[in-house]
Design a protein around this ligand. Structure first.
Ligand code: HPA
Length: 252
């Protein structure tokens, strides 16, 4: 096990299709123990452009963890322990809104949590005092702005705002479930946005999301069913834009 105290400018959690940060230089790997168990894997810290970044693959580098099996508490805790105070989550999602087709990139500004049974608080341990953090705005306004500015600088089109409905998975949703999410006001659907966002808030880590649209959600496009091959082809294409956005990301 290695330890570091060197500050990192940014943490990045990669979702489906993003298992390493292309272009990360002088990378060191850190195995971090947490009071909440094992993170999804080692945290890789290195230089991306001019900034020191800490990267963690949410599902593991070999994609062995389904969304409901990810240890979100250990992941967020480990990154915080390594000095991360700004955290960009990259999440694969389905598009519900008609203008959010495959390969769109969205920086959501709201979420609705439909997940269940996940460990969703650092305070949910024996003997800890009950805490109710403010979560009115689930994403940090400053980091959202920085992401939007970075994408503009990198020449990557991103959509500003949208509501991310977080489902339990691991199966994709039924048409009726997506119709319900649409009525609820969701623009996107994915399985990994929570409890990560609220855990970051509990540790006062600025957190924002780059949602990569892999498919139209069930019943939203003209497809009769959603194919995994299509999802991964779209994800591969859209994920390629992520490093350029991160390189351009500055604290403003
Ligand atoms: N639903 C839920 N999660 C997803 C989807 C979807 O359609 N696409 C990618 N992640």
């Amino acid at each position: 096990m290695t330890e570091t105290t060197s500050p990192v400018a940014l943490g990045v959690i990669g979702g489906s299709g993003l298992y390493a940060l292309a272009g990360l230089q002088d990378a060191e790997r850190h195995r971090v123990q947490t009071p909440f168990g094992e993170p999804s894997g080692e945290v890789v810290i290195g230089m991306l452009g001019a900034q020191r970044m800490a990267f963690l693959a949410r599902h593991g580098e070999d994609h062995r963890l389904a969304p409901h099996r990810v240890n979100y508490r250990a992941n967020v805790w480990a990154l915080h322990q390594l000095g991360v105070r700004r955290l960009v989550a990259v999440n694969a999602v389905g598009g519900i809104r008609a203008d959010l087709g495959p390969r769109s990139i969205v920086v959501p500004d709201q979420l609705i949590d439909y997940t269940w049974g996940r460990e969703g608080s650092f305070h949910d341990v024996d003997g800890a005092k009950v805490e109710h953090v403010d979560f009115t705005e689930p994403y940090a306004a400053s980091l959202r702005r920085q992401l939007l500015a970075a994408a503009a600088e990198a020449g990557v089109a991103v959509v500003d705002g949208g509501c991310y409905g977080v489902t339990q998975g691991p199966s994709l949703e039924t048409r009726a479930e997506i119709a319900r999410l649409r009525r609820d006001g969701c623009d996107l659907v994915g399985m990994t946005g929570m409890p990560e966002a609220v855990l970051a808030r509990e540790l006062a880590v600025d957190y924002a999301c780059l949602a990569l649209v892999a498919n139209f959600a069930a019943g939203c496009g003209d497809q009769a069913e959603i194919s995994a091959a299509d999802i991964f082809a779209h994800l591969e294409a859209v994920t390629a834009h992520v490093p350029a956005i991160l390189v351009a990301l500055r604290a403003v």
